[in-house]
Design a protein around this ligand. Structure first.
Ligand code: HEM
Length: 413
């Protein structure tokens, strides 16, 4: 594992975006320091250029509450630390648009994820969770990411899109490539990314046209195909819309399911409590996991004018990185913040789903998936032990696991 000498890091040039910090899971002390000593701090130089770090909970909420001053638009660079203009595939997603276009497009897909629509998915979701858990080897090491987190999330996304079931293994591959927005200007990697993204777009375009020619149904693609605000989208917007729903639902929920195992290994007593009373604690266990894992570590905004923020002079065009991983550990809001506490009263206030007009559209669905996994593990009296070094992603955006070696035991006979 990389060793990072935190004492030698000078505050004025602290660059928390470095991939190795995330891969080594070594970012916590740096953010603790920023929150305490320089909560709105300027990093003059990084792989992604200069950026502001916003690290306290209230400041993140303040920035997200003022979308006119702090824009999400791809025209200014978009919603991640890497400028979207610099990539071949720019992904014009509504997450990277300001109102009114954002609101219009959000409204068109929102009906697919209302509580009543989600309720219709619960049976299938539970069944798939049960099938996957019951197929796991007992007492033998395996990779939780590839045997549980990925297949379970992929099944859910395929159901939401009503994507051909036999082709579903393509979804995580496309999603992973679409999400690689922090690869920088590397031409080889960008060409590879484009290839996957265009393949995804071509297949989705075919299905989209089929749905458009057929009567409306309740899946996401049919809803988009029959909505006025999607209708005839240009190619960049089409790719963006698909990639948003794919990445939005894929890597995030997957990494929550892996993060759950990380937490129950760190807090076995709390896991024992959840198992003894899942009806009361499963939903808190899911929320606490999503808070502490923070599968999307940051969103970015760009200042549309010169503005003073918390005593700092932010200039028009500056990028502000909202570190949700840090806001979620702000002791002013979450006492004993590093503790996974399924009974925590205000856990739902976490920032992992963002805040304000762009707050995650799939939040309820994601919580339901993770809570269902917790319930079914509890019902089987499952213990999942990490038996090797977890391999983490080298990314300050998708905060998660490549591999998580575990063994499973069951107390239910
Ligand atoms: C644990 C799982 C998830 C996490 C951590 C997560 C995180 C996020 C975050 C941080 C945002 C941006 C919020 C902001 O800018 O304030 C977002 C937006 C969004 N998410 Fe999720 N997400 C998850 C699951 C899902 C799922 C399952 C779906 C799809 C069904 C989804 C679809 C979306 C969409 C469409 C947006 C854009 C909303 C907008 O711009 O108005 N997400 N999500």
């Amino acid at each position: 594992m990389t060793t990072i000498d935190l004492d030698r890091e000078a505050l004025e040039s602290l660059d928390v975006s470095r991939a190795e910090l995330w891969q080594a899971n070594a970012w916590r002390p740096l953010f603790t320091r920023l929150r305490a000593e320089d909560p709105v701090s300027y990093c003059p130089e990084s792989f992604f250029g200069p950026y502001w770090s916003i690290t306290r909970y209230d400041d993140i909420v303040a920035v997200e509450s003022d979308p006119a001053t702090f824009s999400s638009s791809w025209e200014h660079g978009g919603i991640v630390i890497f400028d979207m203009q610099d990539t071949g595939v720019q992904l014009r997603m509504f997450i990277a648009m300001d109102d009114p276009e954002h609101a219009e497009k959000r409204k068109a897909v929102a009906p697919a994820v209302t509580p009543s629509e989600i309720a219709k998915l619960t049976g299938a979701l539970r069944q798939r969770t049960e099938d996957i858990l019951d197929g796991l080897p007992v007492g033998e090491p395996f990779d939780w990411v590839h045997n549980v987190s990925i297949p379970l999330t992929t099944a859910m996304i395929a159901t939401l899109f009503d994507f051909p079931w036999e082709e579903r293994d393509k979804l995580p591959e496309w999603s992973d490539w679409a999400a690689k927005i922090d690869i920088g200007p590397d031409p080889v990697l960008n060409a590879e990314r484009e290839r996957h993204v265009f393949e995804m777009a071509a297949r989705f375009r075919e299905i989209y046209e089929e749905r458009r020619a057929a009567p409306p149904k309740a899946d996401l693609l049919s809803m988009m195909a029959h909505s006025d605000s999607y209708g005839d989208m240009d190619e960049q917007r089409f790719i963006g819309a698909i990639a948003l729903l794919l990445v939005g639902g894929n890597d995030t929920t997957r990494n929550s399911m892996s993060g759950l195992i990380d937490q129950i290994n760190k807090f076995p007593d709390a896991w024992a409590q959840v198992k003894s009373d899942p009806a009361r604690l499963a939903s808190g266990a899911a929320t606490e996991t999503i808070r502490l894992q923070t599968p999307i570590a940051h969103m970015r905004r760009t200042a549309t004018r010169d503005v003073e923020f918390q005593g700092k002079q932010v200039s028009k065009g500056d990028k502000l990185v909202l570190w949700y991983n840090s806001g979620n550990r702000d002791e002013a809001v979450f006492p004993d913040a590093d503790r996974w506490n399924p009974a925590r009263e205000n856990s739902r206030r976490h920032l992992s789903f963002g805040y304000g007009i762009h707050r995650c559209l799939g939040a309820r669905l994601a919580e339901l998936q993770v809570a269902t996994l917790v319930e079914e593990m509890a019902r089987r009296d499952m213990e999942v032990k990490i038996v090797g070094e977890p391999e983490r992603l080298p990314s300050c955006f998708t905060n998660g696991f490549e591999h998580l070696p575990v063994t499973v035991s069951r107390g239910d006979g």
